[in-house]
Design a protein around this ligand. Structure first.
Ligand SMILES: [Mn+2]
Length: 349
């Protein structure tokens, strides 16, 4: 049913060898787990349990409330809240799966140390550009694919695991595909994406419900913060087809926001006619003096180049991020100066 292949020659056999020798398998994702991370980890844990493995998902830190609708999300071990247990699990694993990230440092400073010390093979399954090859024993890297969950579904198919794909596991995979594509509004122009969706629908997922669980489960705080940020803080630079939104820790507290409550805000300005690049600057609540930068774009505006050149980061063409060590005012000035240098990419189109 699926047309594309993700495993290179010999990878299926290698994975089978490692899996058959493994009793305890740990499945991990990147810091700040999103829908694709939580979806792929919970799906993988479910698949491994069906194969009789002692499988546990370990995520670096807390994740948004609405992602707890993924089956098994309540059983994930959160490293920053339960470091001893997480460390014991990783150290004792026979096999470690690394989902939705391309370098070990993406699991955060503390978890990365534990990951590096673990001697079990590390298998990366991911869709980010330019993986750090030396960090992994095996890489299944598919930057063309919309999400790690899409890559994972292909792995499931090629490994012959489709008979294990029940509605719960299929729902987790759909969750990741849906969130990483803004409900199939970007990064999803390949027909294969919809062959995957069809396959998942045939497994009995309720896609309308998954959508509501994620996108309509907002808190009133989130809605009020969204209104405030768009009304008060959004600055439009129409000649550069760009929007900048800022958010300080003081504003975060004012609206009683929780982790994940600003998810997707960066996409909103792209709904404005003529806006092709959106930049969201947020004070890091954990690191004083650090500003987190998120960028989103449409068509050929390369967010990843912008993030690499000016924001100490990287990412995908239409979705990237980074950080700056400065005050919010300085960050805004830095962004404006960077946009001047970047304007050739912004003006045409
Ligand atoms: Mn992803």
């Amino acid at each position: 049913m699926l047309h594309e292949k993700v495993l290179a020659d010999g990878q299926k056999e290698q994975l089978e060898t490692w899996l058959s020798a493994a009793r305890r398998v740990v499945v991990t994702c990147h810091v700040g787990p999103d829908g694709d991370a939580v979806g792929s980890v919970t799906a993988m844990v479910g698949l491994l349990e069906k194969q009789g493995k002692e499988a546990v998902g370990v995520v670096p830190n807390v994740f948004p409330r609405n992602l707890y609708t993924a089956s098994g999300a309540d059983r994930l071990v959160v490293f920053e809240e339960d470091a001893d247990r997480a460390q014991t699990l990783i150290a004792g694993a026979d096999l470690v799966l690394c989902l939705d990230y391309n370098a070990l440092h993406r699991t955060g400073d503390r978890m990365a140390v534990v990951m590096r010390a673990c001697r079990a093979p590390r298998v990366m399954i991911d869709h980010h550009l330019e993986p750090e090859e030396s960090d992994f024993s095996m890489l299944v890297s598919q930057p063309e694919m919309c999400s790690t969950c899409e890559v994972l579904l292909h792995v499931v198919s090629e490994m012959g695991w489709l008979p294990m794909l029940d509605a719960d596991i299929a729902s987790s995979i759909y969750l990741g595909m849906m969130t990483d594509t803004g409900a199939f509004s970007y990064a999803s122009n390949r027909g294969e994406v919809f062959r995957c969706v069809a396959l998942l629908l045939d497994r009995g997922i309720d896609k309308d419900r998954i959508y509501r669980n994620i996108f309509w489960g907002a808190s009133d705080s989130r809605m009020r913060a969204m209104g405030y940020l768009l009304y008060v803080n959004m600055k439009l630079m129409k000649k550069l087809h760009t929007s900048i939104i800022t958010m300080t820790n003081q504003e975060w507290r004012r609206f009683y926001l929780k982790t994940g409550d600003t998810e997707g805000f960066v996409n909103l300005p792209l709904q404005i006619e003529g806006i092709r690049l959106s930049i969201f600057l947020r004070e890091d609540p954990d690191v004083p003096g650090k500003i987190r930068v998120s960028t989103r774009s449409v068509d050929d505006v390369p967010c990843n180049l912008l993030a690499q050149e000016y924001f100490n980061g990287g990412g995908h063409k239409n979705a990237a991020g980074g950080s700056l060590m400065c005050t919010m005012d300085e960050a805004v000035e830095h962004v404006k100066r960077s946009l001047q240098k970047f304007q050739d990419y912004l003006k045409n189109g």
